[in-house]
Ligand binder design. Sequence first.
Ligand code: F6R
Length: 249
Amino acid sequence: MAGAVKVKVCKEAKEVAEQAAQMIAKAIKANPRMVLGLATGSTPEGTYAELAKMHKAKEVSFAGITTFNLDEYWGLDGDHDQSYRYFMNTRLFEKVDVRPWNTNVLNGAATNPMLECQAFETKILASGGVDLWLLGIGGNGHIAFNEPGSSVDSRTRLVSLTQSTIDANSDGRFFKKASDVPRCALSTGIGTIREARSIVLLATGEKKAQAVADAVNGAFSPDCPASLLQDHPACTFVVDEAAASLLKK
Ligand code: F6R
């Protein structure tokens, strides 16, 4: 793989959402049967709202696509209002015409996590691989729940969350207190993500500035998992000015 991360800097978060939605809609129009990788968290919420709007205006149809999500909390089933399955259903899937049976989110309540993760990888392969994977980035540089130290060829597996991720996700946006946040998650690996034919990573706000700078300008190192995208042939970061503020000019 050879490449260099491309960075698009937008004025503000709203423009990041519009850009990302345009990129996804363009990819779907080019290939209405595409395989789309998705992320949860605050960052892509605006993108999903834009996509829902575009769908309502009949500008894009999701009827032929297949989706795979990055991760799911271990121990939460899909009906739990903090599960990522619930997030995706309410933020996007129920607002567009994607076929529910073509949406894949790891089952956080599976009895055997290893089998669940292997089946997920097998399904990605059987679908022909992911055409475009939408990512966010943690303040510590994580992608999916690949925390610092995760290896470049890691696969979908049960992982432990770091305290910084637990704290970030219990700041009131999602969970109310740290003790409510599951300690583990099922997460696609960095190797799994790197196999996507294209990657679009979104980052907004100054809390992400250091992670974005480390990912783009820092060493290719598991210390910042997102830096392990540096040699991907088609990876674009779409960031707002605040998240771009520590990038080398
Ligand atoms: C979510 C995910 C995480 C988030 C990251 C940023 O599926 O994989 O890596 O993208 O934690 O989360 P927000 O967007 O809430 O800041």
